[in-house]
Design a protein around this ligand. Structure first.
Ligand SMILES: [Cu+2]
Length: 284
């Protein structure tokens, strides 16, 4: 029931800023051969987004090494990318340093994982991971088949056993969170649906309250932001407005397609360690 809906209803909004992370793989068409600062902020720059029909013509088959995956046991996920005739799609562009980005969330969005499967050739990607609990998970893959453009594919899987109680996805009363010794405040200008907005993550040292200015590039940019709605039907992959910032502000652009509740995960790196901060917001 769910499976049929997934391929058609996922709305992927891929907004890609220019930068080394978005550089094309060898030998592909590129909108701009060389990057310079004046190209930054050109949001339709590097990675073109596949149109709906092109994206629908690319199929992703998700397979698990065990049809009945168990919590906390290794499971290998294989994703086969095929064209509409079932032939493997062989060539992919690098986006943000990777050929495939994989996001795994539990249905209530209380669990989030961002991993990078290995490309085995012949359209096949694999990765071994674990699911922390029983329950339903959505696996989302971002790819950019060469010459077609960026798209997302997803599938639901069920991890065996008794699922823990579903956590309500309630909007956060304040958009300041402390994680790994950092105090992160999210601000969004003029929050409304269907309009491109700037999301600013301001990052301080949680103890000293001093601004953090030594963020390191993560996946070729100041950070990586993923947004999902609470119903699981909308996935926004968001990209930096200022690719090269090292803090304390990390700015991203995104468009929330509808009003409703969305969860936002921001990932940043400092001192060689990635930290993830999440916020739940309600878009009026
Ligand atoms: Cu990734």
């Amino acid at each position: 029931m769910k499976k049929a809906a997934i391929a058609l209803t996922i709305t992927a909004v891929l907004l890609t800023a220019c930068g080394p992370g978005g550089m094309k793989h060898s030998g592909t068409m590129d909108h701009s051969g060389s990057m310079n600062d004046s190209d930054h902020g050109n949001m339709d720059g590097m990675t073109m987004v596949a149109d709906k029909t092109q994206a629908e013509n690319i199929k992703a088959k998700f397979m698990l090494s065990n049809d009945q995956p168990q919590p906390n046991q290794s499971a290998t996920i294989t994703v086969r990318i095929q064209d509409k005739d079932g032939n493997p799609v062989n060539d992919f562009d690098v986006q943000h340093e990777k050929l495939m980005h994989m996001i795994i969330v539990r249905k209530d969005l209380s669990y989030f994982n961002h991993i990078h499967p290995d490309y085995k050739g012949n359209g096949e990607f694999t990765i071994t991971t674990q699911f922390p609990t029983a329950g339903e998970y959505e696996i989302i893959s971002d790819i950019a088949p060469t010459g077609i453009g960026a798209m997302s594919k997803s599938e639901w899987i069920t991890v065996q056993g008794t699922a823990p109680a579903v956590q309500p996805i309630n909007p956060d009363p304040t958009l300041t969170k402390e994680v790994d010794g950092k105090e992160v405040t999210l601000s969004i200008n003029h929050l409304m649906a269907n309009m491109e907005l700037e999301l600013n993550f301001n990052i301080k040292d949680a103890q000293t309250k001093q601004p953090i200015t030594d963020l390191q590039p993560f996946l070729g940019a100041v950070g990586h932001v993923v947004i999902l709605n609470d119903k699981g039907g909308e996935y926004l992959h968001v990209h930096p407005a200022e690719e090269n910032s090292s803090g304390p502000d990390a700015k991203f652009m995104a468009t929330f397609p509808h009003s409703g509740v969305y969860k936002i995960w921001g990932q940043f790196q400092q001192n060689g360690k990635v930290f993830t901060v999440d916020f739940v917001i309600e878009v009026p």
